[in-house]
Design a protein around this ligand. Structure first.
Ligand code: FAD
Ligand code: NAI
Length: 475
């Protein structure tokens, strides 16, 4: 006898598990199916984000930053440390523990919210009498029937044509988070978010890192003033970033990987590295879902096709997160998951794509929300800009981390904040204030009139807002 649910969610990444919890909070009977398992066969809900994405990368970024600090910056504070050793096994083991705590946390949340969890592959089998038949294939086979289905099956790393990931020499994010020794030379293809974050991790731990990027500009989606400042800082740290390249035929035989490429001047170049991270974007994951069985429509790039409300072409079938259009970010997936659960319950869930923050957790951190200066120029928007450097911020000086600045862009007539761009310490935390202001459609003057604690990095946000009106107090 098939088990009946109001909602079955396929995928327990940030899109799926949050949708399941919200639907259960709203009084529906909910099941969530997820295929991820640990090497020793235990269920590992949390998706890419928890297992091989946001969480483990931030754990490694933190540990490697400590290593960088003790080796290169403690002496500035008068702390002399001799004989610093790297125990990579413990460092990576700690990351694995952080992941495990998050997996267990999600299982606890499912219990707490009465979400029934199935560890296995979920696939559509039929639509009968207004209900979706979903098969779970895993350690225990199950047949479920759902009034509503939320597809949250996420994404997978994109490989270069003809160069499969072996996770030993040719690494996706998965292998790049679990190396057992620090490579002497590491190559990275793609200077996007993964390339910069994981390239930074292994550089800090001692690798000589070269990042090869196809686009002529560095971080074209970021504000170009921010991108320039970040590139300067990364280069100073020893991260070699080459833009405008065309990658040739990669040879991964023997001990090293040879990467030939044509540089922006047209000259033939090549690097020989111990390991190569390929981080050239991700592709939607719909394998095993039974898309053809029920005629779930995909778009030309393989994403599940959805409307603005995350509705698919099938009745009562919704899709959220990386498997649908829009930025591949955990918080975007979560917002969509909540909104869909609320729509199923007859409420008016909403996701504001204009206020989704972007963060790159390098050092300096990069964070932004809203439009860049180049976008405003292209769109012909009349705007004012105000910037404030961390060099002039007391807290940043005390921290010993004065790289970068905050920039506020506001409408020239109404003063409404249109974009905020930060490169510098704790940008990931500072951006939340800008998101709040923009969500309330506030003005630069609103930020400027808010009392900010002293001494904090957040005073730089207030000063940048004052600079929009040409009246900074501390610069
Ligand atoms: P996923 O997290 O991919 O989850 C999908 C789940 O569905 C998986 O568990 C999968 O096993 C399961 N599944 C798939 N098909 C089936 C099926 N048929 N049956 C059952 N289960 C199935 N984003 C940020 O916002 N901040 C960050 O700092 C950040 N860092 C990242 C670092 C790295 C290295 C990577 C790779 C990504 C990072 N991201 C980050 C992106 C973030 O991980 C994704 O945007 C997010 O995980 C998407 O969530 P999702 O729920 O859509 O899909
Ligand atoms: P990305 O889209 O951020 O960057 C890929 C880069 O590879 C681009 O700069 C692109 O121009 C380049 N590229 C593509 N093909 C190439 C080729 N053949 N040769 C050389 N360069 C090439 O993708 P990435 O870094 O793989 O990350 C995937 C997704 O994961 C991103 O969309 C991001 O949203 C998410 N993510 C988010 C993080 C965060 O929020 N902090 C951290 C890590 C990942």
């Amino acid at each position: 006898m098939a088990k009946q649910f109001d909602v079955v969610v396929i995928g327990a990444g940030p899109g799926g598990y949050i949708a399941a919890i919200r639907a259960a909070q709203l009084g529906m009977t909910v099941a969530c199916i997820d295929a991820w398992r640990t090497a020793d066969g235990k269920p590992a809900p949390g998706g890419t984000c928890t297992n091989v994405g946001c969480i483990p990368s931030k754990a490694l970024l933190q540990s490697s930053e400590h290593f960088e600090q003790v080796n290169h910056h403690f002496a500035d504070h008068g702390i002399k440390v001799k004989g610093v050793d790297l125990d990579l096994q413990t460092l990576v083991g700690r990351k694995d523990q952080v992941v495990k705590q998050n997996n267990e946390g999600i299982l606890y949340l499912f219990k707490k919210n009465k979400v029934t969890f199935f560890n296995g592959i979920g696939s559509f089998s039929a639509y009968v009498d207004g209900g979706w038949n979903i098969k779970v294939s895993g350690p225990a086979e199950e047949d479920l029937v759902a009034k509503h289905v939320i597809v949250a099956t996420g994404s997978s790393p994109r490989a270069l044509p003809g160069l499969a990931f072996d996770e030993k020499k040719i690494l996706s994010n998965d292998g790049a988070l679990s190396l057992t020794s620090v490579p002497k030379k590491l190559g990275v293809i793609g200077a996007g978010v993964i390339g910069l974050e994981l390239g930074s991790v292994w550089r800090r731990l001692g690798a000589e890192v070269t990042v090869l990027e196809a686009m002529p500009d560095f971080l074209p989606a970021a504000d170009q003033q921010v991108a320039k400042e970040a590139l300067k800082a990364f280069t100073k740290q020893g991260l070699k970033i080459v833009t405008g390249v065309k990658i040739g035929e990669i040879k991964a035989s023997g001990k090293t990987v040879k990467v030939p490429y044509t540089d922006s001047s047209g000259a033939e170049q090549s690097i020989e590295v111990d390991n190569l991270i390929v981080s050239i974007g991700r592709v939607p994951h719909t394998e095993g879902l039974g898309v053809e069985t029920v005629g779930l429509k995909l778009d030309e790039r393989g994403f599940v096709a959805v409307d603005d409300d995350c509705k698919t072409n099938l009745p009562n079938v919704w899709a959220v997160g990386d498997v649908v259009r829009g930025p591949m970010l955990a918080h975007k997936a979560e917002e969509e998951g909540v909104a869909v659960a609320e729509r199923i319950a007859g409420q008016f869930g909403h996701v504001n794509f204009g206020t989704i923050p972007n963060v790159i957790y390098t050092s300096p951190e990069i964070a932004w929300v809203g439009r860049t200066e180049q976008q405003l120029k292209t769109e012909g928007v009349d705007y004012k800009a105000g910037s404030f450097p961390f060099m002039a911020n007391g807290r940043a000086r005390a921290l010993g981390d004065t790289t970068g600045f905050v920039k506020v862009l506001a409408d020239a007539k109404t003063d409404e904040v249109l974009g905020v761009h930060i490169v510098g310490p704790m940008a990931s935390e500072l951006i939340a204030e800008a998101v709040t202001i923009m969500e309330f459609r506030g003005a630069a003057e609103d930020i400027a009139r808010i009392c900010h604690a002293h001494p904090t990095l957040s005073e730089s946000m207030k000063e940048a807002a004052l600079a929009v009106d040409k009246r900074t107090l501390n610069f």
